[in-house]
Design a binder for this molecule. Structure first.
Ligand code: ADP
Ligand code: MG
Length: 635
C-alpha cells in the first residue's frame, strides 16, 4: 500500500454495532455475502451502462461489462471483480465507510422482531456490503472510477473498528475488485463447487455474465422476454425470489407480452403476504424498467398507480430509446401507453381470479385490499376498480365473508335505488346500531364498513352503476316506505288512544324543553323497532363518520356544527311507561332523567359523547332506584 495519502478512519458507532451483530450472531447461511457482493457489482455495471448510454465519457471504454470471481484455496482468498462504475476516494468514504443511519437502525429493529429473516432482508437496507465480514477477517477493495482523471484507490479493513484508504500506485483498469481473506472457520467457501452452487442459487438472474475461474456460471437471462410456454413454474418462482427476497412463492404470476401498437414484455408478481411490513421506506416499491434488456430504472413508480404498489416485477420495451432519461420518462407518450396497458393488465388479471377462483381472490383481498382500496381516484379504470371492491354486509354469515357490489345489486329489492352502508368498529357494533332496525325489518341489505378508508371509497365514487351509496344515518325514510315489512317486531303494542296520542305529543315537547338547544327537534320515529330512541343527523350531506374523519384530518376546514334530531319509538315499553308517568305528573324528575339518559346514550353510540361522568352518575342513581323496586318485587 502506498503511504501516499494514507488515512485511517473510524467506523461510526451504529456501523460497529451492526458489524458486531453480523460477525457474531448471524451464522446461518453466511453464503449470502456472495449474493450481496455480486448484486453490488451488477448495480455498478448497470450504472456504467446508464452513463454510457447517455453519452458520458468513460475510462477504458472497451472493457466488456462482466463480473469475475476467482479463488485461491491454499491462501483462502476469494476475489470478486467487476468492470462497473468504480469508486473514487470520496465515494468509498461515503458509500462503504458510512452506512445510511436509517437503514441500519431499521435493519436492527426488524432483526429484533424476526431473527430468521435477517439473511433475506439484509440486501434491502443498504448494508449488504457489510455481510462480507461474516466470512472475512480482512477485506481489500481496489477501485478505479469511470471518471478518466480519478486515481485508483484502495480500502482495507478487518471489520472491527476502523478502515484505511490510500491511493494505489499500481495501474488498474476501470471497476472494482474485492479481495476477501477468509476466516479460519470460513475456508469452505474457497471451493469451486461451493461457489458455483451459491451463484446458481442466488444470482442466476443477474443480467451480466458471471465467470468463475473463466467459466460462465449464470445461464438464465431475462426470462420475461422468453415465450410463456417455454418457462416452467419453478423458473418463475426462482426469479420472483431473486427479485423480492421473499421466501414464499408468489400468489399470482402475470406474464404478458404485447406486440402492437407498442411492444413490451412484463413479468409481474403479487406476493402472498403484504409487503407493507417489509417496507422500510415510503419509496420501497415500483417496477424495474428495462429497455432492450438494459435496466433503465430500478423501482420505477409510474408504471403502476400507487394503489397497485404491492405488485412486483419487471417491464421491458423495445420501443423506448435506450438513452431515455429517468426525468423525462413521465412525459414520454410511449411510456405512458405502456404504463396504462400494464395497469389494465393487472386489473384484468385480478378480475379473472375473482371470477374463476373466489377463494384465491379473498386471500388477495385480505392481504392487499387495504392498499387496493386507495384506487378510488383512478377514474380511468373506475369500472374495473369498482368491480374488484369487496365488502362485508348484513347478508353475510360472519365478518369474514365478502361480497362484491354486483352481489349486492343481485339481491336488491325491486325499485331499490340506493346502496346502503353503515360504518362501525366491528360486526357486532353495527348489528346493534338503531339505524339498522328499519333495514332489518324490511329485509334490505346493508354494506358493513369497518375501515375509515371504506367510507372514503363509497363517498368518493358516489355510485356503482346507477345506484348511489347512502349512509343508513342519512337515509330519507320516505324512500323506504314503499318496501314491505318482512319481520314482525317482537313485542306487539296496541295503538295509542286519541287522548294518549296527544299526551305523547306533549311528552315530545317536554323532552325538547329538557334538552334545549342540544337537539334541533324531538320527534316520533318511523325507523326504530327494538330501541327506544336514536339520534338522526339533520343534515344528510355529511355522515357522522365523515365528520369525524374531517375533524381529525384537517382542523382548518370549518365543519358546520352537527345538528341532531332525537327520535322516539312510540312502540317501546319504556316510552309507553313514560307516557303513563307523564300523565300523572308532567314534571316528574324521572322524565327528565330518562330524557337526558336517552340523549347521552345515543351520543355515546355515535361516538360523540365527550364526557361520560354525568351519564354514569345518572345511571347509578337510576339503578339504585330500580334495585329498591326490585327488592320489593322479590320479597
Ligand atoms: P446498497 O447496495 O444497498 O447501496 P451496500 O452496502 O451493498 O448497499 O453497498 C453500499 C454502496 O457501496 C453501494 O450503494 C455503492 O455505492 C457502493 N459499492 C459497493 N460495491 C460496489 C462496486 N462493486 N462498485 C461500485 N460501487 C460499489
Ligand atoms: Mg448492495
Amino acid at each position: 500500500m502506498s503511504e501516499l495519502h494514507k488515512t485511517k478512519y473510524e467506523f461510526k458507532a451504529e456501523t460497529k454495532k451492526l458489524l458486531d451483530i453480523l460477525v457474531h450472531s448471524l451464522y446461518t447461511s453466511r453464503e449470502i455475502f456472495l449474493r450481496e457482493l455480486i448484486s453490488n457489482a451488477s448495480d455498478a455495471l448497470d450504472k456504467l451502462r446508464f452513463e454510457s448510454n447517455r453519452g458520458t465519457e468513460i475510462a477504458d471504454n472497451d472493457l466488456p461489462l462482466e463480473i469475475r470471481i476467482d479463488f485461491d484455496e491454499k491462501k483462502n482468498i476469494i476475489t470478486i471483480s467487476d468492470t462497473g462504475i468504480g469508486m473514487t476516494r470520496d465515494e468509498m468514504i461515503l458509500n462503504i465507510g458510512t452506512i445510511a443511519k436509517s437503514g441500519s437502525e431499521e435493519f436492527l429493529k426488524q432483526l429484533a422482531e424476526n431473527k430468521d429473516a435477517a439473511n433475506n432482508i439484509i440486501g434491502k437496507f443498504g448494508i449488504g456490503f457489510y455481510s462480507v465480514f461474516m466470512v472475512a477477517k480482512e477485506v481489500i477493495i481496489k477501485s478505479k472510477s469511470f471518471r478518466k482523471d480519478e486515481p485508483a484507490v484502495e480500502w482495507r479493513s478487518d471489520g472491527l473498528g476502523d478502515y484505511e484508504i490510500a491511493e494505489l500506485d499500481e495501474k488498474i483498469k476501470r471497476g472494482t475488485t474485492i479481495e476477501i481473506y477468509l476466516k479460519d472457520d470460513a475456508k469452505e467457501f474457497a471451493d469451486k463447487y461451493r461457489l458455483e452452487g451459491i451463484i446458481k442459487r442466488h444470482s442466476n438472474f443477474i443480467s451480466f455474465p458471471i465467470y468463475l475461474k473463466n467459466e460462465k456460471i449464470n445461464t438464465i437471462p431475462a426470462i420475461w422476454r422468453e415465450p410463456k410456454s417455454s418457462i416452467k413454474k419453478e423458473q418463475y418462482v426462482e426469479f420472483y425470489k431473486f427479485l423480492t427476497y421473499d421466501n414464499e412463492e408468489p400468489l399470482e404470476i402475470i406474464h404478458t407480452s404485447v406486440d402492437a401498437p407498442i411492444q413490451f414484455n412484463a413479468l409481474l408478481f403479487i406476493p402472498k403476504k403484504s409487503y407493507e411490513f417489509w417496507r422500510w421506506s415510503k419509496d420501497d416499491y415500483g417496477l424495474d424498467l428495462y429497455v432492450r434488456r438494459v435496466l433503465i430504472q430500478h423501482q420505477n413508480k409510474d408504471l403502476l398507480p400507487e394503489y397497485l404498489s404491492f405488485v412486483k416485477g419487471v417491464v421491458d420495451s423495445e420501443d423506448l430509446p435506450l438513452n431515455i432519461s429517468r426525468e423525462t420518462l413521465q412525459e414520454n407518450i410511449i411510456f405512458t401507453k405502456i404504463a396504462n396497458s400494464v395497469t389494465s393488465n393487472v386489473l384484468s388479471h385480478l378480475q379473472k381470479v375473482a371470477k374463476e377462483s373466489p377463494e384465491r381472490y379473498a386471500d388477495f383481498w385480505k392481504e392487499h385490499g387495504r392498499i387496493f382500496k386507495l384506487g378510488y381516484m383512478d377514474f380511468q379504470n373506475a369500472d374495473k376498480y369498482q368491480q374488484l371492491l369487496r365488502f362485508n354486509s348484513s347478508a353475510c354469515k360472519d365478518e369474514k365473508e365478502l361480497i362484491s357490489l354486483e352481489d349486492y345489486l343481485s339481491r336488491m329489492k325491486k325499485d331499490q335505488k340506493e346502496i346502503y352502508f353503515a360504518f362501525g368498529a366491528n360486526r357486532e357494533a353495527i348489528d346493534l346500531n338503531p339505524h339498522l332496525e328499519i333495514f332489518k325489518s324490511k329485509g334490505i341489505e346493508v354494506l358493513y364498513l369497518y375501515d375509515p378508508v371504506d367510507e372514503l371509497v363509497v363517498t368518493s365514487i358516489r355510485k356503482y352503476k346507477d345506484y348511489e351509496f347512502k349512509s343508513v344515518d342519512t337515509v330519507d325514510l320516505k324512500s323506504l316506505e314503499k318496501f314491505e315489512d318482512v319481520s314482525e317486531s317482537k313485542e306487539k303494542f296496541e295503538s295509542l288512544s286519541k287522548d294518549d296520542e296527544k299526551h305523547f305529543d306533549s311528552l315530545l315537547d317536554k323532552m325538547k324543553k329538557i334538552l334545549g338547544d342540544r337537539v334541533k327537534e324531538v320527534r316520533q320515529s318511523k325507523r326504530l323497532k327494538e330501541s327506544p330512541s336514536c339520534l338522526v343527523n339533520s343534515d344528510d350531506s355529511i355522515t357522522s363518520t365523515m365528520r369525524k374523519i374531517l375533524k381529525m384530518s384537517n382542523n382548518e376546514v370549518k365543519i358546520p356544527n352537527q345538528e341532531f334530531i332525537l327520535e322516539i319509538n312510540k312502540d317501546h315499553k319504556l316510552i309507553r311507561n313514560l307516557i303513563e308517568i307523564f300523565k300523572k305528573n308532567s314534571n316528574d324528575d324521572f322524565i327528565k332523567d330518562t330524557t337526558e339518559q336517552l340523549y347521552e346514550s345515543a351520543l355515546l353510540l355515535e361516538g360523540n359523547l365527550d364526557d361520560p361522568h354525568k351519564l354514569v352518575n345518572r345511571l347509578n342513581k337510576m339503578l339504585t332506584e330500580a334495585s329498591e323496586l326490585y327488592k320489593k318485587k322479590i320479597e
